[in-house]
Ligand binder design. Structure first.
Ligand code: ADP
Length: 280
């Protein structure tokens, strides 16, 4: 029997290790990875709101935050003070808004502000454990919030979850973000991860006083880039100060501000994403 080399430290052999992961993943119908070339473009906000939107539609949804060095999902859902429970067979996710949530920062009982300083193999081992030891149960969707860029964790996640529906790539309209986004598309292609679409976030700001749209970071670059790379374009989400406030206070924007243009643009993007998933 081949030895387990995943560094998860919990399996007797590579065969049992693979089987455990496959069994766990087979109970999840759709796996969607949310990536970005750069930090700060709204990837975690999109992951959280996508997960909440799907749960609001009556789907069974899990949200896994694998942004080890900048986990923001707990704050965006108001869960930052909790620590996840475990039993002898695994990790019990937090539940909020009809959503199961796991983030590495909810498993570390120490100061949540401490930096996680782990080398690549350690992160791969922990990631594998998060995928196979969490009691997700049967899910319609697992949304995975990736770290920015195309480093170790992103690579490990793609290698571990081999049957993902694909990735959504979040970008802002500026060239500095778009060029990293192109690299992300190339990363997905090299790993045979279908690109479900590019989402342009922070695309223009509608002045609340005069309703004039100001293109703070420009607009339209995401769509042009998606066309140029021949990948679907999911839509544009404008800047909305309430979106940022909602993230900071743990109140998902899509849940509390459905009437706002940014929430409506987001819902349209989710519809577009669902079309892409059905096509695949
Ligand atoms: P990333 O995961 O890419 O690092 P975040 O999701 O943490 O980015 O978002 C960075 C900041 O931008 C957060 O404070 C978030 O609330 C804010 N933000 C994201 N999208 C929008 C938007 N459309 N309008 C206003 N603020 C936004």
């Amino acid at each position: 029997m081949a030895e387990c080399n995943s560094e998860c430290g919990s399996c007797e052999s590579a065969e049992t290790c693979d089987l455990k992961l496959k069994t766990k993943m087979s109970a999840i119908k759709h796996k969607i990875m949310v990536l970005s070339g750069k930090g700060g473009v709204g990837k975690s906000s999109i992951s959280v709101n996508l997960a909440v939107a799907l749960a609001m539609d009556g789907m069974k949804v899990g949200l896994l935050d694998i942004d080890f060095h900048g986990p923001s999902v707990p704050t965006m859902l108001g869960l930052q003070k909790i620590t996840l429970n475990t039993d002898e067979t695994g990790i019990i996710p937090a539940e909020i808004h009809n959503l199961k949530v796991v983030s590495i920062s909810l498993l570390l009982p120490e100061n949540k502000d401490d930096a996680i300083i782990w080398r690549g193999p350690m992160k791969s081992g922990v990631l594998k454990q998060l995928l196979e030891d969490v009691h997700w149960g049967e899910l319609d969707y697992l949304i995975m919030d990736f770290p920015p860029g195309t480093g170790d964790e992103a690579l490990s996640a793609c290698q571990l979850v081999t049957d993902a529906d694909g990735g959504i790539i979040v970008t802002t309209p500026q060239e500095v973000s778009l060029s990293d986004c192109r690299r992300c598309i190339s990363f997905c292609r090299k790993l045979d991860l279908p690109v479900l679409g590019v989402l342009e976030n922070m695309s223009g700001f509608a002045c609340p006083d005069c309703a004039k749209v100001i293109d703070v970071f420009g607009s339209g670059g995401g769509e042009n880039m998606a066309n140029e790379k021949n990948v679907p374009f999911l839509g544009r989400i404008p800047i909305d100060p309430d979106f940022a406030a909602a993230c900071d206070t743990g109140r998902p924007f899509i849940y509390h501000s459905q009437h706002k243009p940014a929430a409506q643009a987001f819902s349209k993007a989710v519809d577009e994403l669902m079309k892409q998933i059905k096509k695949n």
